[in-house]
Every structure is written in structure tokens, then in C-alpha cells.
Write a protein that binds this ligand. Structure first.
Ligand code: NAD
Length: 479
């Protein structure tokens, strides 16, 4: 079996076990076998991490931006050098095919590098005063200690999206990465440590998520929280943050509508959307998840989609032949069965898949649910798995209304060859990101954010440091 690293906490520049001795096993979702033990931080460890982040902040905020940039960009290079080792750990702990893991690791290096470069571009303004001799200096300063909570579906990408801009802005961080997939985030923390990040600037802990977040967030030293995960947990954390007026970035779930217009080349549209749908077994917050297909091509499109879905090779992500791996945990398996049973009981047809594959490993077949009613669970709750529910539509206003009917708005997609339709539908969709004839809406240079209950605050792009900066206005004149 490929090597899986030993797991530790990083507190004040030292890698060590939790002082309370607690831990939990990390399972390989393809085999259900243990890969290792992730240590839990005790409350004493968490307090030590906060104290270290306090010292770290004092050092890091006064480190010149060029030096911060140099270290962060050096980490990107180290991550690229270690790509194969990190991608292997990621596939073992999360299940995604090794080719997807390599892309995720490479993309994470790019995200860090972009953030590192932006460290040099935190500029202020000079505003002329109303009174002669007065000027206002507008300065951007790091907000302080930041908490980062990242999930298991893109464990290194989401980690890079949070700590890259935080560190570039001059903040120190206490990060709690997902306990189910701890090695890939740990590898990025290790690269930061190896590249010379001063002790205490980044601390990495694990534990029982609700206990860790509530303990850390109770500290008045913490000034900013950044969370990626589900809407209910996001609301809970936003409530806790309100108690201390801590700033928050919330990257929560979505349920991305896909509008398939009848002017498309059906085969090309199916190729694009099948690849997008089953990436990471559908466990992607911007995954295409509700397919609205225009009446005239509905049967053809569903047929082409089913044909491709049935050909997907599902297997252990370490096997290079596998195109889709297992689900990341058994909770997702149970959820898939619930969605499929509900849709079938309301008259939908399971046109492909619909079942677990085998009884070892959390494999679920690529599934197509035809004629899914708008009010069935898979059309209203984020599936976060390899399910593609399909329904028909006739006109653009009708489909926009149905697409916008949910309380979430992260990504939305449309495929069409008409410029007029592309413009009208992208204007009409309530979403933070819209893909027209593409599902690749996330890149280091572009903003990533949601509307409605999908959250707030921008990650990625030139504004990604802004949530970690406070604006100070200094009015100055001479006596
Ligand atoms: P969950 O809602 O319990 O956990 C989601 C993530 O939040 C996990 O990484 C978990 O460690 C973390 N978390 C949970 N409670 C926390 C707390 N009090 N403080 C800090 N972190 C906390 O459920 P789950 O079973 O892991 O995932 C279920 C759903 O979460 C999915 O169906 C999906 O909708 C959503 N999800 C979204 C994303 C995303 O990228 N937006 C990622 C993972 C999960």
C-alpha cells in the first residue's frame, strides 16, 4: 500500500501529538481500512495555539510584504515538488482518482502563489482634506488572528484558499482542517514550515469540530473566521461570530442549476456536463446538480447523458483506470440512497445507477434521475454526490424562475450557442458564479463566492486579501 504520513498537530512551530492523548482513525474510503490516527487537540493545546498565533501575529504583521510574498511563493514551489506524495495521500484519504488529486494539488500551489503575489499589492490611498493642509491616509492593516475551518471534499484546495490570502495579508492563523482528510492540508502546513514561516504564524489543529470552533471562537483575540462547509454549520458559526463581532467569510453549499438549451450539439453538451457532474463523485459545492433541459432535445440529451454515465469506470482512486472514486464517507452513501428512494417514490425514473456498488468501500454508481419533480428532495437539497436529476423546460423566463427558486445561489450553468440566450440567462440566474458552456468557474485569479444562503465574502481573485484587512484612516496635518 502507498505510504500515508503520520499525523500531528502544528502548534508554535512544533509538530506534536495532542496533550490529552485523544485521536480518531482516518479511513480509506475505497477499502474502509484505517490509514492512520489523527490526534485531537485538548483545550490546553487550543489555548497554546491561540497564544502562539498572538506571538506569530506580532512577528508576521511587521514582516515586510515582499518577504511574506517570498515565503508564500516558495511554498507553492515546494508543494509542486512534492505533488506526487501529496496527491497520493489525498487520494488515499478522500478517494478521488489520482489524476483529480494531482490537479487539486497543482491548483492549490497556484492559489498560494497568486495570494503570495498579491501580498505586494496591498496599497492604500491618500485623500486630500477639505481643510487646507489636511490629508487623510487610508491604510490597510491585517485584521489579526484568523480561524480557518476547511472540509474534506477539497481538503488542500480549500486550505490554500483560506490560509494563502490570510497569510499574504499579514494575519496569523489557527486552522482546523477536516479530520477525515487531514494529511493533504498537513502537507501544505509542513511546506510552509519548511519554507521558513515564523513559528506561531500558522497553527494546525484537529478535534471534534463543534468543540474546537466554539473554544477558539470564544477568544477575544480572534478577529476573523473563514469557513467552508454546509449551510446549517455556517449559520451556527455566523451566530457565534456575532457574539464577538468577528468578521466572517462563509463559503457554504449550493445546488447548481444547469440550463440546457435546445440549440446545442447534444453530444458535446453531454460530454461537458457528464465530466463536470461526476468529478469528485459529485462532492463539489459548485457541482452541476439540477438539469433543466429544453423540451425539444430532452429525450436525446437524457439518452446521451445516461450512455456516458454508464461508461464511467468506478474504482479505487489509486488505480489510474478509475474515472470516479468512492464517496468520501459512509454518511454520503446513506444520503444518496435516501435521495434516490425519495425521487423514485414521487414518480421519477432511475435511468442509470441508483445503487451502491459492492459492499466494501463507499462506491455509488453514477446516477441519472429522469423526470425528477421540482419538489423532490434531490431537486431541493444539495445532493453532494453522483446524482444527476433531470427535468424539462419550455421557455427562458420559466426556467430562470425554477432555477432561482431555492434559498442557495453558489454556481449556475447554461449551455447554448446563442449569444442572446447566454446573456439573458446569465443575467437572470441568482448565483455568485455562472458558467456558460463551461463548468470551470473556479480559478485562482477569479472571485469565488455565493449569494443568498450560499454565504458571503470573496475567496480568490484580486480582492481575496480584502476580508483579512482592516481599513484605517489617519487624518494628518501640521500644528
Ligand atoms: P457537516 O455539515 O457536519 O460538516 C461539513 C464540514 O464542516 C466538515 O468539514 C466538518 O468538519 C465541518 N464542521 C461541522 N461542524 C462544525 C463546527 N461546529 N465548527 C467547525 N467546523 C464544523 O456535514 P458533512 O456530513 O461533513 O457534510 C454534509 C454536507 O456539508 C454536504 O452534504 C454538503 O452540503 C456540505 N459540504 C459543503 C462543502 C463545501 O464545499 N461548501 C464541503 C463539505 C461539505
Amino acid at each position: 500500500m502507498a505510504a500515508y504520513p503520520k499525523l500531528k498537530l502544528l502548534i508554535n512551530g512544533t509538530w506534536r501529538k495532542g496533550s490529552g492523548g485523544a485521536s480518531e482513525p482516518v479511513l480509506n474510503p475505497a477499502t474502509e481500512e484505517p490509514l492512520g490516527e489523527v490526534p485531537h487537540a485538548s483545550t490546553a493545546d487550543l489555548d497554546e495555539a491561540l497564544a502562539a498565533a498572538g506571538h506569530g501575529f506580532a512577528v508576521w504583521r511587521t514582516t515586510p510584504p515582499h518577504e511574506r510574498s517570498r515565503i508564500i511563493c516558495a511554498v507553492a514551489a515546494l508543494v509542486r515538488e512534492r505533488l506526487e506524495e501529496i496527491a497520493t495521500a489525498l487520494t488515499l484519504e478522500n478517494g478521488k482518482p489520482i489524476a483529480e488529486a494531482r490537479k487539486e494539488v497543482a491548483g492549490s500551489a497556484d492559489i498560494l502563489e497568486f495570494a503570495g503575489e498579491q501580498a505586494k499589492r496591498v496599497f492604500g490611498d491618500i485623500v486630500p482634506g477639505r481643510v487646507p493642509g489636511v490629508r487623510h491616509l487610508v491604510q490597510k492593516e491585517p485584521v489579526g488572528i484568523t480561524l480557518s475551518f476547511t472540509p474534506w471534499n477539497f481538503p488542500i484546495n480549500t486550505f490554500a484558499r483560506k490560509i494563502g490570502p490570510a497569510l499574504a495579508a499579514g494575519c496569523s492563523v489557527v486552522a482546523k482542517a477536516a479530520e477525515e482528510t487531514p494529511a493533504s492540508a498537513s502537507a501544505m502546513a509542513k511546506a510552509l514550515d519548511d519554507a521558513g514561516l515564523p513559528a506561531g504564524v500558522l497553527n494546525l489543529v484537529f478535534g471534534v469540530p463543534a468543540e474546537v470552533s466554539s473554544h477558539l471562537m470564544a477568544s477575544p483575540a480572534v478577529r476573523k473566521i473563514s469557513f467552508t462547509g454546509s449551510v446549517p454549520v455556517g449559520k451556527h458559526l455566523a451566530g457565534l461570530a456575532a457574539q464577538r463581532m468577528q468578521r466572517t467569510t462563509m463559503e457554504l453549499g449550493g445546488h447548481s442549476p444547469v440550463v440546457v438549451f435546445d440549440d446545442v450539439d447534444v453530444a458535446k453538451a453531454a460530454d461537458l456536463l457528464v465530466a463536470g457532474k461526476y468529478r469528485n463523485a459529485g462532492q463539489v459545492c459548485i457541482s452541476p446538480t439540477r438539469f433543466y433541459v429544453q423540451e425539444r432535445i430532452y429525450e436525446d440529451f437524457v439518452g446521451a447523458f445516461v450512455e456516458r454515465a454508464q461508461k464511467i469506470v468506478v474504482g479505487d482512486g489509486m488505480d489510474p483506470a478509475s474515472q470516479m472514486g468512492p464517496l468520501a464517507n459512509d454518511r454520503r452513501l446513506d444520503a444518496m440512497t435516501g435521495f434516490v428512494d425519495d425521487a423514485a417514490s414521487r414518480g421519477a425514473t432511475i435511468a442509470a445507477g441508483g445503487e451502491r456498488i459492492g459492499n466494501r468501500g463507499y462506491f455509488f454508481a453514477p446516477t441519472v434521475i429522469k423526470d425528477a419533480p421540482d419538489d423532490c428532495r434531490v431537486m431541493t437539497e444539495e445532493p453532494f454526490g453522483p446524482l444527476a436529476p433531470m427535468t424539462r423546460f419550455s421557455g427562458i423566463d420559466e426556467v430562470a424562475g425554477r432555477a432561482n427558486a431555492l434559498e442557495v445561489g453558489l454556481a449556475a450553468y447554461a449551455v447554448t450557442r446563442s449569444l442572446d440566450r447566454a446573456t439573458r440567462i446569465s443575467d437572470a440566474l441568482d448565483a455568485g458564479m455562472v458558467g456558460i458552456n463551461t463548468v470551470a468557474v473556479a480559478s485562482p485569479e477569479a472571485p469565488f463566492s455565493g449569494v443568498k444562503e450560499s454565504g458571503y465574502g470573496i475567496e480568490g481573485g484580486p480582492d481575496s486579501l480584502e476580508p483579512f484587512l482592516a481599513t484605517k484612516a489617519v487624518a494628518q496635518t501640521s500644528l
